[in-house]
Design a protein around this ligand. Structure first.
Ligand code: ADP
Ligand code: MG
Length: 741
């Protein structure tokens, strides 16, 4: 049952060109029979039909489909009702072009949830419309009349309660019009058929009820009691009874000649050697009529059809649905196959090239990530701060000294580089254990370790690192014990400028023009002997108090960033204490991390921008590729939506499509470069090079590989869904209206 109550639908609401397409219509359509909505073009027939059929929004009023009343368009609920109850037939047939006739019908069954005996049902429905032989044809290989009959078969295969047809004969010639109307009329014995037309004669002859519309209003609504006849002479039937007849029987020749008055034909017929030769001497077109030709000869005279004479006998019992199951109507595999075709295409270069672009961008993206991440990703291991007790106080050392804090000032920000000399000079080779950013030098006394001047202990962590990056094994050290007795040099060079204050007063630097900066000259390195290893798992070397003092005697080495490093016996308590005084203090770990990001991001701005750019180019590629694919399949999309394919299935389809596109483009680039990067990372050449230049060339752990893949995939899929998601906000009626003629 379909009902609408005081329904209004406007186009261009509240604009100067507002159109009241449906203007307060109340209708009740029930039971069976053929209801015809009749009216001039533009009077609102299609609009009304679309709202009735749950295909479009409306401004006010109510639509009731089968006991369910809607006061506003609800795509999800309406789709479900539509799929079970309503079949649609369109003026433009709207068959899905890239699948066969029977696959077109299958979608309808899937949507209705009818999964049993699909094959038999499809064959039967096609048989009802006289197209049993055309199951495996593609729609474009059928004539308009045949396509429309497939359209009807698609609607009736699910045995709908209501069939909605908007000008189903609008594109058909007289013969096909009658053929389609015969079927619709036959169908109306089993269900409610609501048809829109502007052809009065069709309405008069076939309709059970005629509803006339004008300017969006119902102007009459009557049972059709006219005894109209139908004068539809088919061009495919030749009525021999209407022609003059002359028979010729001469010897073995037996010939019937039919023609209009005084028709002539000069024909020579030769029977020779068991073959028949016909020579025709005429300027007329010659047609052979045999079993396959569309022209039919009938001995009858043409007569107009009397009322109720022309309707097909349809038995729809076999199409009754016994059980319903939820299934997906979209063949997702086919979607992927179509993507593959674009990817492999020899034609459609543009799409193919997009795949290539995305592949290359993703490839370079990964290479850049791997090449930059080492210095961009904060690595707790490599940058493990010297000691968890060390805190960084935002105050001058002299002030910190006066605060009476529990602990001692330990570091004045001197750059150190720690090297080990193995072997005897002058042939000694050197191995670096690190520099100020990843190795700390602390007085051993803090940890209760007794050391004499000139002695040093090394944390085992430094040994492990040296083994890992092969700098130790390269100089022949393979056991931690080998370190003992070796010479360790601590180089306390300072590179760069240091502010020098003539009066020792910072203010003077800014006020007096005599202030100047100076590069500090190198001090002698400390030469120490390794006497043992410590197992604190901190990146530290431990020196005697005396050596520590020597390292940090030069006042000028102090960085004037007003940060003082302090070894606190109870760091948390000290930080709190300082905070209470309004002095900023952080753990050394936080300080190092902050400095790291500040400097590494600043020095990698260009790389970062290129990485982002590569991602963006990929995303533009995905967007353009999916959009162009979408536009090519837009009509299909609109048809699917109109015949009831739910939004979520279409979104899911777009999702699979984008994933597959991703796997053929960006994913391949990722895979390719990941393999290359991982292989290179394990090559000793690269490791040697890394030690030589002192930085990591490749940093590409599993998490980073997966993260870069995830970032590309997530963004790609989101971008790919943009087009279909915006498109899906439109109603089916709006989508399909683009394809109306
Ligand atoms: P019919 O099917 O009877 O020819 P329609 O229902 O298609 O008429 O259209 C009714 C009126 O609404 C017409 O004036 C038409 O121009 C207008 N109209 C139809 N669709 C739209 C639309 N999408 N946007 C604006 N106006 C529309
Ligand atoms: Mg219309």
């Amino acid at each position: 049952m379909l009902k609408i109550n005081n329904l209004f639908k406007y186009y261009n609401t509240n604009k100067s060109n507002e159109i009241k397409a449906v203007d307060g219509v109340t209708l009740e359509l029930e039971g069976k029979g053929l209801v015809v909505l009749l009216g001039k073009s533009g009077c609102g027939k299609s609009t009304l039909l679309n709202v009735l059929g749950g295909l479009d929004v409306f401004n006010s009023g109510e639509v009731t489909i089968d006991d369910k009343t809607f006061s506003k368009y609800n795509a999800k609920e309406l789709d479900e009702l539509r799929n079970r109850k309503i079949g649609y037939v369109f003026q433009n047939y709207n068959l899905i072009p890239d699948i066969t006739v029977s696959e077109n019908l299958k979608i309808s069954l899937d949507l209705a949830g009818i999964v049993d005996n699909q094959k038999e049902r499809i064959e039967y429905a096609l048989d009802l419309v006289g197209l049993a032989k055309y199951q495996n044809r593609y729609p474009q290989n059928l004539s308009g009349g045949q396509q429309q009959r497939v359209g009807i078969a698609r609607a009736i295969v699910k045995n709908p309660e209501i069939l909605i047809a908007d000008e189903p004969t609008g594109n058909l010639d007289d013969t096909n019009t009658v053929a389609v109307m015969r079927i619709l009329k036959g169908l109306s014995k089993h269900c409610l058929v609501i048809m829109v037309t502007h052809e009065e004669n069709l309405a008069d002859y076939y309709a059970d009820r005629i509803i006339r519309l004008a300017d969006g209003k119902v102007v009459s609504d009557e049972i059709n009691e006219s005894n109209a006849t139908l004068d539809h002479r088919s061009k495919d039937v030749i009525y021999l009874g209407d022609l003059e007849r002359n028979d010729v029987t001469l010897g073995g020749l037996n010939m019937e000649f039919f023609g209009e008055h005084n028709a002539k034909a000069n024909i020579k017929i030769v029977s020779y050697d068991n073959k028949l030769y016909i020579k025709i001497d005429t300027d007329k077109v010659v047609n052979i009529v045999d079993e396959d030709s569309s022209i039919k000869l009938t001995e009858e005279k043409y007569t107009v059809k009397e009322k109720n004479e022309d309707e097909a006998e349809l038995d729809l019992d076999k199409l009754t649905a016994t059980e319903r199951k939820k299934t997906h109507a979209i063949d997702y595999k086919r979607t992927c196959k179509n993507v593959l075709n674009d990817f492999l295409a020899t034609r459609g270069q543009r799409r193919k090239n997009r795949f290539r672009t995305m592949f290359l961008c993703s490839l370079i993206f990964v290479l850049l990530v791997a090449a930059n991440a080492g210095s961009l990703v904060y690595n707790e291991f490599a940058y493990k701060p010297h000691d968890s007790n060390v805190i960084c106080i935002n105050a001058k050392e002299s002030d910190v000294a006066k605060m009476g804090l529990d602990g001692r000032v330990v570091n004045k920000g001197v750059n150190v580089s720690v090297t080990i000399s193995a072997g005897a000079s002058p042939f000694e080779s050197q191995a670096s254990l690190g520099n100020a950013s990843n190795v700390g030098v602390l007085p051993a006394s803090i940890f209760g370790i007794a050391l004499d001047e000139g002695e040093v202990k090394v944390d085992k962590l430094l040994y492990d690192r040296g083994i890992k990056n092969t700098s130790l094994s390269d100089v022949g050290i393979v056991l931690p014990e080998q370190l003992i007795g070796m010479r360790l040099d601590i180089d306390n060079k300072i590179y760069g400028s240091v502010y020098y204050y003539p009066e020792g007063n910072e203010e003077d630097y800014y006020n007096k023009p005599t202030a100047y900066t100076e590069t500090v000259v190198t001090d002698e390195p400390l030469y120490l002997t390794i006497v043992g290893l410590e197992n604190r798992n901190e990146p530290l070397v431990y020196v005697s108090d005396a050596d520590y003092e020597r390292l940090y005697t030069l006042e000028n080495y102090v960085y004037k960033d007003a940060n003082t490093f302090f070894y606190a016996n109870n760091p948390r308590k000290t930080i709190k204490e300082l905070e209470d005084k309004g002095i900023k203090a952080t753990s050394y770990a936080t300080y190092v991390k902050k400095i790291f990001y500040k400097t590494s991001i600043a020095t990698h701005v260009i790389s970062l921008l290129v990485i982002v750019l590569l991602l963006v180019v990929q995303l533009i590629g995905v967007y353009k590729l999916t959009k162009s694919r979408f536009i090519a399949a837009q009509k299909k999309f609109a048809i699917m939506r109109t015949i009831g394919v739910p939004k979520n299935q279409l979104v899911l389809n777009a999702f699979f499509e984008s994933l597959y596109i991703f796997s053929l483009s960006s994913f391949r680039g990722w895979l390719f470069s990941s393999v290359v990067v991982i292989a290179a990372d394990n090559m000793s050449v690269i490791n040697t090079l890394e030690n030589l230049i002192g930085t990591q060339i490749i940093y590409y752990p599993v998490w980073l590989a997966l993260a870069s893949l995830a970032v590309m995939a997530v963004f790609s899929v989101l971008v790919a869904l943009l087009t279909p998601l915006t498109y899906l906000t439109r109603t089916p009626a709006k989508l399909i209206s683009n394809y109306d003629v």
